[in-house]
Design a protein around this ligand. Sequence first.
Ligand SMILES: [Fe+2]
Ligand SMILES: [Fe+2]
Length: 171
Amino acid sequence: MKIKNEYKEITEKILNDENFKLLKNERHHGTNRYDHSRRVSFLSFLLCKLFKGDEKAGAEAGLLHDFFYGKSSYLEHPQVSSANAKKYFNISDKEASIIESHMYHLALLKNSYTFLKKDNKVKAKEYKPNCKEGYIVCFADMLVSIFEGSIFEVRYGVCLYLLFIMNLIRY
Ligand SMILES: [Fe+2]
Ligand SMILES: [Fe+2]
């Protein structure tokens, strides 16, 4: 109960915000973007506790990592979400950088495997998290997305996840 109350205290302002609630209308990984963000945020909060990170930054950046409306590309939406988070909430520079780096896994994969490269050359370094919480939100997002998707998406997600781990070891 203590953990849930702690989490609630950090996140209730964002969760009850009218602009943020609009994410309930956005489809995302077979669910809606509001529920997806809440799951990523709670898992990030728990992982920050486990690894002695900044729980507030993990929980808030986790909530705001996909704070965009309509469609955006895989590699552009972190910037859009960060701009919206700055516009509507008083986020720290650290939280902004966590949001902006949450697609590091995809940037790294696109950088490494030519068959995934549909767009211009991606510079993975530009997406590299600069703090522990950045890696935590990136991992939490991947894990949550894998379990929210359809069977096909789950398999695809597991493959991406394994490739990402392999890449991290190699780098
Ligand atoms: Fe995202
Ligand atoms: Fe996400």
